[in-house]
Design a protein around this ligand. Structure first.
Ligand code: SF4
Ligand code: SF4
Length: 426
């Protein structure tokens, strides 16, 4: 039976702001008890989350509030693991609450949490239960249906998955023609279909050719790595896509995969092995950074560049240096760091299903996370915001427009800056 609360949730949230602003926590609690304001909790709702496989760690929260300032959603809204804990404790059914969909699984809270409350496990587990109960934002449901039917979240034709390669100056080899190669380039969905993703893919194909790297792509035989859909709660869909991709990897005896998408990197390194995948995965920046001196980059770009660490490349997979090494090797690039960078990097809002939830999130935040990040980038005085995750070019370009910063900042994938310095293809 649910207990009655005698303090409104809003009042509790107000107290959390006080704690976040530096008020002594023990003094706060003493005053609360002196005033005999005692909260009745609803432990059964917390137990309900803890009973879901993956949801257990939420019960370990001891409300220290370290996660609140670390959470990027809190910067523009009213969110964070501690708040989730408190709301569940005071009567919110997380399985039915919009709060369930706000987390981008950026991992910044886990970085600071002394109790290792792990939203990367809690969120997919609880979301899966919500999905089974039919409680899912419509835009996310559409993404799941597109992925199942077309193998990509946008609902693009699978037959056109390799159409981007026609824009490349050189042939982009298909594994079905080559049969084997040193490296499989897993192109992924946005670099295959989104116009700005295609720009980066064309640039990368050129660099791979110049470096004489023996690679192939799957083309129509590739399907979404599906990591973001998994984190949004669709583990069944993830397994179906993974099963298909692993079959292709086996067909071509793939031992090494290069990805442009850090979400694919995460899936291949951490999730595919449990499904039988035995191969090495490397991000394109890690592969290319040591070979930058082999590229004839003759144009001095003469630009100030700031770099956005993708959550799933940096915090999730520990790669901070390779993108920076690439940027520093480009003639005329002056790299300026944003205040929140490397381990403390701010999230673009695209992870964990957030890529498809901007409409939903508009009812919960004062500005998009991508807009907050673009504002920070503009403040550095940089001309270019450099990225190396295919979610980010489109997200940040939209944010540059919506924050009125057109003409002040352009967004480019690192590989685009490399080919700009190389000059036009011969
Ligand atoms: S940092 Fe961890 S223990 Fe502390 S309030 Fe947040 S979730 Fe709870
Ligand atoms: S994973 Fe990121 S978005 Fe989710 S609660 Fe933690 S800090 Fe906030």
């Amino acid at each position: 039976m649910a207990s009655q609360r005698n303090v409104e949730p809003e009042r509790i949230i107000e107290k959390e702001h006080v704690i976040q602003d530096g008020m002594d926590i023990s003094g706060h609690w003493n005053r609360m008890f002196e005033q005999r304001v005692i909260w009745d909790f609803t432990p059964e709702l917390l137990e309900k989350v803890g009973a879901v496989e993956g949801g257990e760690s939420l019960e370990g929260c001891y409300q220290c509030a370290q996660c609140i300032p670390a959470c990027p959603v809190n910067t523009v809204g009213d969110y964070g693991p501690r708040r989730i804990y408190r709301r569940v404790q005071t009567g919110m059914d997380l399985f039915e609450s919009p709060d369930l969909w706000q987390c981008t699984t950026c991992m910044n809270c886990l970085r600071v949490c002394p109790k290792e409350v792990d939203m990367m496990k809690i969120m997919p587990a609880v979301r899966q239960e919500a999905l089974l109960a039919g409680n899912v934002p419509p835009e996310l449901q559409e993404v799941f249906e597109n992925t199942l039917e077309y193998g990509n979240p946008m609902g693009e034709s699978p037959k056109k998955r390799a159409a981007w390669a026609k824009k490349a100056a050189d042939d982009v080899p298909l594994m079905k023609d080559k049969k084997t190669a040193d490296l499989l380039w897993f192109v992924e969905c946005y670099p295959s279909y989104h116009p700005r993703g295609v720009d980066a893919s064309v640039a990368l194909a050129r660099v791979l050719k110049v470096l004489d790297i023996d690679y192939g792509i799957l083309g129509q035989e590739e399907k979404c790595s599906c990591d973001s859909q998994r984190l949004a709660g669709e583990s069944g869909l993830f397994e179906e896509m993974a099963e298909h991709n692993l079959k292709m990897f086996k067909r071509y005896k793939v031992r090494k995969v290069m990805v442009t998408d850090p979400h694919a990197l995460n899936a291949f390194r951490k999730e595919y092995p449990a499904l039988g995948g035995k191969f090495e995965t490397i991000h394109y920046t890690t592969l290319l950074a040591p070979r930058m001196s082999e590229l004839a980059m003759k144009n001095d770009l003469g630009i100030k560049v700031t770099f956005h660490d993708p959550c799933y490349l940096g915090r999730h997979n520990g790669e901070y240096e390779a993108p920076r090494d690439m940027l520093k090797a480009i003639p005329g690039v002056d790299l300026i760091e944003m205040g929140r960078c490397r381990e403390q990097s701010y999230c673009c809002g695209g992870g964990g299903g957030g890529m498809w939830l901007d409409g939903f999130m508009s009812g919960h935040v004062s500005m998009r996370l991508s807009e907050e990040r673009v504002t920070e980038a503009v403040e550095t005085g940089a001309d270019v915001l450099a990225v190396c995750c295919p979610y980010e070019v489109s997200r940040f370009e939209d944010a540059v427009k919506s924050t009125g910063n057109e003409g002040k900042l352009v967004v480019k994938d690192i590989i685009e800056l490399v080919t700009e310095s190389m000059g036009s293809a011969q």
